[in-house]
Design a protein around this ligand. Structure first.
Ligand code: NAP
Length: 253
């Protein structure tokens, strides 16, 4: 049996998806597997990624992007990587700065920003060695706009976006493409996590409008990955028709 991530199937390329246990990450793992990638799924809820890996013929491995040792162990099992999807992340809380919960802010910065840095830094040698690497980072429209009560998340997503865009500059001349995807509202477990498991609060976010679904974003990852290697899709901003900005949607008028 080959080591995780080393199996060759379909197009012979390996794609790593962080946060593949739900939402956009799970949909992306499915989509890339359909495209022929051998997908390595990382997340903390191993039962979920093991089930998905079985379904798509990929490999599941425990990954906590906030834990350096976990990232090291994850990366040590890989010897080839062509595509990295930095998807692990999310929001905690929705509070004005005057009432900011510092633990929530730390969680958001550790997961979205430092987590992306850890995984990306560790996989850069493999991505370069592949001769045709791609890094997709799922930031958010929160990486482009501020909104009331959202500063913990918007500041983390802005930082994650700048990390990604700086890498685009620093890697010029190397065989690695970089695509940032900035989605607006997508109905996933995102709001459930943000509101600490309060399903009524989470559901209310999507009531009265038609949000995007995880597959809408996964299709964009597959599209970016399927461009010829001289074409770099730098940034994709995508929202539901019912949402014009983070602050203005069909409900706010
Ligand atoms: P989700 O359903 O809550 O998925 C989040 C994923 O991140 C889960 O698989 C979770 O897995 C993983 N994750 C969280 N902390 C992690 C950690 N420390 N280590 C490894 N994995 C971790 O939400 P989603 O909407 O699909 O979110 C995916 C990405 O899209 C996030 O970066 C989010 O900020 C971004 N985004 C979402 C929206 C939206 O409206 N939904 C809009 C724009 C951008 P485990 O808990 O199993 O570890």
């Amino acid at each position: 049996m080959s080591a995780p991530g080393n199996s060759v199937s379909g197009n012979g390329k390996v794609a790593v998806v962080t946060g593949a246990s739900s939402g956009i990450g799970a949909a992306t793992a499915r989509s890339l597997a359909r495209d022929g990638y051998s997908v390595v799924l990382g997340a903390r809820r191993v039962d979920r990624i093991e089930e998905l890996a079985q379904e798509i013929g990929g490999r599941a491995m425990y990954l906590d992007v906030t834990d350096a040792a976990s990232v090291e162990r994850f990366v040590a099992t890989l010897d080839r990587v062509h595509v990295l999807v930095n998807n692990a992340g999310g929001a905690k809380g929705l509070a004005p700065i005057s009432e900011a919960n510092l633990e929530d802010w730390r969680w958001m910065w550790e997961t979205n920003v430092v987590g992306t840095l850890r995984v990306t830094k560790a996989l850069l040698p493999h991505l370069e060695a592949s001769g045709d690497g791609l890094i997709v980072t799922i930031t958010s429209t929160a990486a482009l706009e501020a909104y009331d009560n959202g500063a913990g998340y918007t500041s983390a997503k802005h930082a994650q976006g700048v990390l990604h865009r700086t890498l685009r500059l620093e890697l010029i001349g190397k065989p690695i493409r970089l695509t940032e995807i900035c989605p607006g509202m997508v109905e996933t477990e995102f709001s459930l996590v943000r509101f600490d498991g309060d399903a009524a609060k989470a559901d209310a976010v999507y009531e009265g409008l038609t949000p995007m679904v995880a597959d809408d974003i996964a299709e964009l990852v597959s599209f970016a990955a399927s461009r010829p290697s001289h074409v770099n899709l730098d940034q994709i901003v995508v929202r539901p028709r019912d949402q014009a900005t983070s602050r203005r949607n069909i409900k706010t008028g």
